[in-house]
Every structure is written in C-alpha cells, then in structure tokens.
Design a protein around this ligand. Structure first.
Ligand SMILES: NC(=O)C1=CN([C@@H]2O[C@H](COP(=O)(O)OP(=O)(O)OC[C@H]3O[C@@H](n4cnc5c(N)ncnc54)[C@H](OP(=O)(O)O)[C@@H]3O)[C@@H](O)[C@H]2O)C=CC1
Ligand SMILES: O=C1O[C@H](COP(=O)(O)O)[C@@H](O)[C@H](O)[C@H]1O
Length: 508
C-alpha cells in the first residue's frame, strides 16, 4: 500500500526546468493531486529552478495558471492551493553554474535542521538532455546531512539519441549514483491501463495458458495521435517518431504484453523479465529493415474544419526535413512462447484519431461447423486493451444474434474503467512521482533496459539515416498513415485494428 502523508518521510523536490512546459502541465498538477489525495509528506518543499526572473509569488502564479488549465482535478480550490503552494519556492539559477548547487545545498541544510528527520531529496531533471550530465555531476557533490543515499535523480526522456550516447549517460550516472538512486522515467509505464496489463496477465489464471504461440495469431500495438508536433519543432526534428515514441513507450508496452511471469512483484524481478523480451526480439539486418520497418511524414490537410500545416511547414522544422512523424514495425520475438507470432507496432502524429490500443488476435477455430451464411461477420477472437482515451479491456467473441436463424455476430465482453470505477484514475505522473518518493523502481527503466531498446533499433537508425531521398510527405493529416504501413501488415493477411470511437451513452 502506498504510504499516506503522516507515514511519508520529509521530502524535497527540486525541479530543474521548473519554469518549463512539463513542470506546468504535468509535474506540478501531479504533486498537487497527490497532496489533495493525502499522499504528499507532511513536511515537503518543492524548489522550482530556472533562469527566468520570478520571485516565489510570481512563480506560484504561473504554476497556478498551468494547474487550472491542465490538472485533472480542475480549477484549484484557493485554500488547498494556498496550503500546498506554501511549500513551493523558486530559485532563479543557471543549471551550469556552481552557485546554483551551493544555494540548493543551503536550502536542503535549512530543511534538514528544521525537520525531525533528514529529507529525501528528489532531483527531477525536466530540462533538455544536454543538461543531464552537468546537473548530475553537480548534484552528486551536494553535501546532505542524511547522507548521499537520500538523494534520488529522475531523468526525463530522451535518454540518449542512440546506443552510444545512452551508454555514455548510463556510465556517467552510474559513476555518480547507485542504480537504486536513478529513476529513468517513461510515463507510459505509469498509465493505469498499462499497469493493469500485469494485473490482467498475472492475477488471473484464465489467460496465461493461452498467452502464447499456440493460441495467439498476432499482436498489434498502435499509438496514434491526432495532434501534430505543436511547438516542439526544435526538439522533434532532431528526434522523430522512432526516438520519440517507439524506442521507449511502445517497446515498454510490448515488453509487458510479451514478458514471462516474474517470480514476484519485486522491481528487479519485473524489470529482468521486461529486459528479457528486448533481448529476444529478432535483430534486423539491412534487408530485414526494408521489409519490416516503414516510416512516414505528414502533409498538410484539414482537421476538424481547420487547415493544418504539413510537417515541413511547422515552426522549428527544416523545410527539407526527412524526419519521420510516423513509423511502423513488424517484430518477432525469438523464444519458446512467441516463435513466429508477429508483433506489429505503429505510431504517428496527425493521424485520424488519438488512440493507444493493444490488439491480441487469437487463432481461428480448428474446424468451422456453421454454414457460410451464418458466419458472414466472422471475426476471430480478439482481446483489445485500450490504454487511452477509452480505458477498457474488451474480449471479442462470436455469439448468436437474437432471432430465428443461427447467425453469428462478434460481440464484446467489456471491462470499462469509467463504468466500473466511479473515481477518476490518477495520472501517470502522479503514480510515478509517488513511486519515486517511496523508492519503488518497478515502473522505471533500468540502465540495461534502455540500452537493450537502443541496441535493437540501431540497425534501423543506421539504415534510415543513410537513405536521404525519401518520398516525403507521404500521408495527409487526418489519415491512418502512409500506404506502406498498410502494406506491411496486409501482406500477412491482416489489417490495423482501429478502436471504434465510443458513442455517448443514450440517457433514458
Ligand atoms: N513537455 C512535454 O510534454 C514533455 C517533455 N519531456 C521532456 O522533459 C524535459 C523538459 O521538457 P519541456 O518542459 O517541454 O521543455 P521546455 O523547453 O518547456 O523547458 C525547458 C526548461 O529548461 C530550463 N532551462 C533551459 N536552460 C537552462 C539553464 N541554462 N539553466 C537552468 N534552466 C534552464 C528552462 O528554464 P528557463 O528558460 O527559465 O531558464 C525551462 O524551465 C525534456 O527533456 C523533454 O524531452 C518528456 C515528455 C513530454
Ligand atoms: O513522450 C511523449 O508522449 C506524448 C504522448 O503521450 P500521451 O500520454 O499523450 O499518449 C507525445 O505526444 C510526445 O511527442 C512524446 O514526447
């Protein structure tokens, strides 16, 4: 059970990049919602850091604006916000200057003196990755009354831009901190429905016996977004869909679908099984890259009656950019459980619908007994785990349609979060920040996991970066991506699964 306020140790959060987008949209709302739900420690301080000129009060006003816009709990209650924000201070500072860390050391020392017990200090690096090394080096030198092991460091993505840079960053972090102090965040692992994959698979006796190549025909993981790159052109153009979404979020979801049962819910046991999957995914040679990995880039078009830019017209993007805004892959996992079961994954921006969904298609019945007219709507059994926006698990089975004739129809057996649980689920960052406070690394990436994911993708990165003459853009805004992605799966006789948009329930 998660500890409530009076059981939590005194904690100091330092947010490097405290004036940035992530802090305003996700981190502060997450900490505030934890506070509302009684999970923040009785004694805590949040130190926002940035170069922008604010004092404590003007900084809090900016945070309150963000909170009112983005928090799942809506507009803040003035009294609650007053209570929460009395624990926030702003440190105007440059992350590359030693003085910043002297000031931080003083703040920590002051708290340690006031509070009954020396604080756990969580440094959240919500800054561009070029700052990760300098900040890590400096914070590792901060003197703390409670000892250095009371410090934890949370590293945002991207963790490296290839295998070499990820290794360099791991080496540096591991030379400064113990692995148990390093929290590499992947917010998909904090999503309620993603966590539920483990409960669904390993808390039910029903599914594990059929969760293998004998019963499953293929798996799809599809993470589509209707938004473009918004104002993140500068970052995104040097990244692309593979680095932004596939290397981290999608591969981690794939690991949860494909992993072997861990012997316990201990962080390292779970992470060992996840990394096993990454190691077992079949590597691509140059030929396999061509046949199993495709990419695309969006053109302009119309979305909801509004004209939108093509990727190359977006702010901060090179007008001749070959950066992919879409990618799709076919993977195989070389182990006993998954031999020859294809895993299709795709992700893209400016697609028709925002939807993150896992579809597990089971093999067909061994012998059809129903006449063909009864089976016109035949659909092999399928398990659909919808991560967002709908949060549900649907088991599609065949059933008899009511009537005098034997006509079969696919129907869904549904577990829907909205209908089952009246209380809203916590946001991913709430779960992950609380885990970081409690020292639970289960939902964070270990160094070897990040490296294994990069290692798997390096042949694709090398191949793609070597081929510059691309037929981009190759899909219009508000579409399902490029035709080559359809071909990738259609040549095996399948189609991408798309989640039907949930219709509003009719009130009687
Ligand atoms: N925004 C998002 O939705 C997501 C972001 N991320 C990751 O989170 C991190 C932050 O992203 P985001 O908030 O969007 O970025 P922003 O560009 O909005 O913010 C960057 C932050 O870095 C600070 N900064 C820049 N230079 C310095 C410096 N020399 N010294 C001190 N502070 C500095 C800025 O503060 P100031 O200008 O005041 O100095 C600002 O607070 C990145 O690693 C990103 O990849 C990951 C997933 C989603
Ligand atoms: O990490 C990222 O994730 C978001 C998508 O996250 P979601 O929780 O809204 O599904 C993506 O838009 C962004 O490009 C990427 O950096």
């Amino acid at each position: 059970m998660k500890k409530k306020a009076n059981e939590q140790k005194p904690t100091i959060f330092t947010i490097f990049g405290g004036t940035g987008d992530l802090a305003a949209r996700k981190l502060i709302p997450a900490l505030y919602n934890l506070f509302l739900d009684g999970y923040m420690p009785k004694e805590f301080t949040i130190v926002g850091l940035g170069r922008t000129e604010y004092n404590d009060e003007s900084y809090k006003e900016v945070l309150l604006d963000g909170l009112n816009k983005y928090s799942r709990s809506g507009v803040a209650d003035p009294a609650k916000w007053g209570e929460f924000s009395s624990n926030i201070i702003y440190l105007q500072s440059d992350a590359s200057k030693e003085k910043t860390y002297k000031d931080l050391e003083q703040i920590i020392a002051d708290r340690d003196e006031q509070w009954a017990e020396a604080a756990t200090v969580i440094h959240y690096l919500s800054v561009a990755p070029q700052f990760f090394p300098v900040i890590s080096e400096y914070i590792s030198k901060i003197k703390m009354a409670g000892g250095k092991e009371k410090c934890r460091i949370v590293i945002e993505k991207p963790f490296g831009r290839d295998l070499e840079t990820a290794k360099e960053l791991n080496e540096l972090l591991q030379s400064l901190f113990d692995e148990s102090q390093i929290y590499r965040i992947d917010h998909y692992l904090g999503k309620e429905t993603v966590q539920n994959m483990m409960a669904f698979r390993f808390a039910n006796a029903l599914f594990e016996p059929i969760w293998n190549r004998n019963f499953i025909e293929h798996v799809q993981i599809s993470v589509t977004e209707d938004i473009g790159i918004e104002d993140r052109g500068g970052y995104y153009d040097g990244s692309g869909a593979l680095r932004d979404m596939l290397q981290n979020h999608i591969l981690q979801v794939l690991c949860l679908v494909a992993m072997e049962p861990p012997v316990s819910f201990n962080a390292d046991e779970v992470r060992n099984r996840r990394v096993d999957v990454l190691k077992a995914i079949r590597r691509f040679g140059p030929e396999e890259v061509k046949h199993n990995a495709v990419r695309g880039q969006y053109a302009g078009g119309w979305v909801g009656g509004k004209e939108v830019n093509g990727y190359r017209e977006e702010k901060g993007v090179d007008p001749n950019s070959n950066t992919e805004t879409f990618c799709a892959f076919k993977f195989f996992i070389d182990n006993w459980r998954w031999q020859n079961v294809p895993f299709y994954v795709r992700t893209g921006k400016r697609m028709h619908q925002k939807s993150s969904v896992i579809s597990i298609q089971f093999k067909d019945v061994p012998h059809p007994i129903f006449p063909s007219h009864a089976s016109e709507n035949w659909q092999q059994n399928r398990l659909i785990i919808s991560i967002q926006p709908e949060m549900s698990i649907r088991l599609q089975v065949q059933a008899k349609r009511p009537g005098l004739d034997m006509i079969l129809n696919p129907v869904d057996m549904v577990f829907d979060y909205d209908g089952t649980y009246p209380k809203e689920s916590p946001e991913a960052y709430e779960t992950l920040l609380l885990d970081a406070m409690e020292g639970d690394q289960t939902l964070f990436m270990r160094g070897d996991q990040v490296e294994a994911a990069w290692e798997l993708l390096m042949p694709v990165i090398d191949n793609w970066e070597g081929r510059k003459s691309l037929n981009f853009p190759n899909y219009p805004a508000d579409s399902w991506g490029p035709e080559i992605a359809e071909a990738l799966i259609a040549k095996d006789g399948f189609h991408w699964f798309t989640m039907p948009v949930k219709s509003k329930s009719k009130k009687k």
